[in-house]
Design a protein around this ligand. Structure first.
Ligand code: PLP
Length: 377
């Protein structure tokens, strides 16, 4: 048996809509992107969604549109994909890493508070593995210090905590439609906001800063455009949107399928010596984007190789990202700076979790993990 780490759910409906766009002459940002944005914003209960080429673009443009730049500091987590920190650097601002909670791996709000300086302008929380950060407390802190919140919600379309959904307390929330995310078009992203003028600015930033898009120049009589701000090339295409539109109504059923798998894994692994799991907090609706286990740091890599030898797809989400060479060399980050994130980073590995994973496959993963972890320790 070979158990893939991830398999997408694209099917006939997505193919049909993609084919229908291919039969039109308009492949770039247009009608399908508009429709996707409308339905995506509606799903999230947000006023506006802006379709982009990646979540990295969404994070970058959010900060730009909110006025973050050189000389500013943005506090974020080291327990994330490196894109979070890079997006901050793309604006010329400096990423400042704050340590995480030992039981969830999510940003520790006390550590965020301790990292605030007169240069701090924003906080970029990541809703790790699909479980939301304590947004009510972060919002309190941000209001006290006049900080912007930009949410990296690449793991967490579906999340809810203390009656707060993703995007409710951030100035923007940023989403990824990368190949392994819960809805996907291979590569893609979006940003949501309740602020109409911010949405307008994001639309301008995503397309070179031009005052009108190609669809306007095509649909209406030609008008000269102006370039008012230094923009980027981050606009979502109709082809990407066509793949995404019919997945929106699948978001919740797919989440529930992942939840069933997560519960089965948790029950099967509970009490197993040498294996721990992040806490599932009460009152939280979990996206279950990733299923991670924490093993002994001495054994993590051996367990990782052993599972791959047994044909199980695995990943590491994540090794604490402040220890990458870039951050060591540019900002002098080193071991011991963020002990909780470093400990999680040396212990973590991710198992397959996605709709369509067969019962026999889940059972095979459970049996193999139990055996491999026992043999390692
Ligand atoms: C996937 C991911 C990103 C980057 O998404 P892209 O769409 O590939 O740019 C950023 N942050 C986190 C936490 C992610 O998992």
């Amino acid at each position: 048996m070979k158990v893939e780490f991830f398999r997408h759910q694209l099917g006939e409906a997505n193919l049909n809509r993609l084919a229908s766009v291919m039969r039109t002459i308009f492949l770039t940002t247009g009608k399908e992107v508009d429709l996707f944005e409308k339905e995506f914003a509606q799903y999230l209960g947000q006023g506006h969604a802006v379709g982009l080429t990646s979540a990295t673009a969404a994070l970058h443009l959010s900060l730009l549109a909110l006025g973050i730049g050189p000389g500013d500091e943005v506090i974020t987590t080291p327990m994330t994909f490196v894109a979070t920190a890079l997006a901050i650097m793309h604006t010329g601002a400096r990423p400042v890493f704050a340590d995480v909670e030992p039981d969830t791996g999510n940003l520790d709000i006390n550590q965020v508070a301790a990292a605030i300086t007169p240069r701090t302008k924003a906080v970029m929380p990541v809703h790790l593995y699909g479980q939301m950060v304590d947004m009510r407390r972060l919002d309190q802190l941000a209001k006290t210090h006049g900080l912007i919140i930009v949410e990296d919600a690449a793991h967490c379309l579906e999340g809810e905590r203390d009656e707060i959904r993703v995007g409710d307390l951030g100035q923007t929330a940023c989403f990824s439609f990368y190949a392994t995310k819960s809805i996907t078009c291979g590569e893609g992203g979006a940003v949501t906001t309740n602020d109409p003028s911010l949405a307008e600015l994001l639309r301008q930033y995503r397309l070179h800063g031009m005052s009108t898009g190609a669809v306007d120049r095509y649909t209406n009589l030609y008008r000269h455009y102006d370039v008012e701000v230094e923009g980027w090339k981050y606009n979502m295409s109709n082809l990407q949107a066509a793949l995404l539109i019919d997945q929106i109504k699948e978001i919740e059923p797919r989440r529930q399928e992942r939840e069933r798998i997560a519960i089965y894994y948790r029950d099967s692994f509970s009490g197993l010596a040498g294996l721990e799991m992040p806490a599932l907090l009460p009152g939280v609706k979990q996206g279950h984007h990733l299923f991670t286990i924490w093993v002994h740091p001495k054994h993590r890599d051996k367990i990782l190789w052993d599972l791959q030898k047994e044909a199980i797809g695995v990943a590491v989400n994540y090794r604490a990202c402040h220890l990458f060479t870039l951050f060591r060399e540019r900002y002098g980050c080193r071991e011991g700076d963020l002990p909780v994130a470093e400990a999680i980073g040396s212990r973590t590995l991710s198992l397959p979790i996605y709709p369509g994973l067969q019962v026999a496959e889940v059972e095979y993963v459970v049996d193999t993990v139990r055996r491999v972890v026992k043999n390692a320790g």
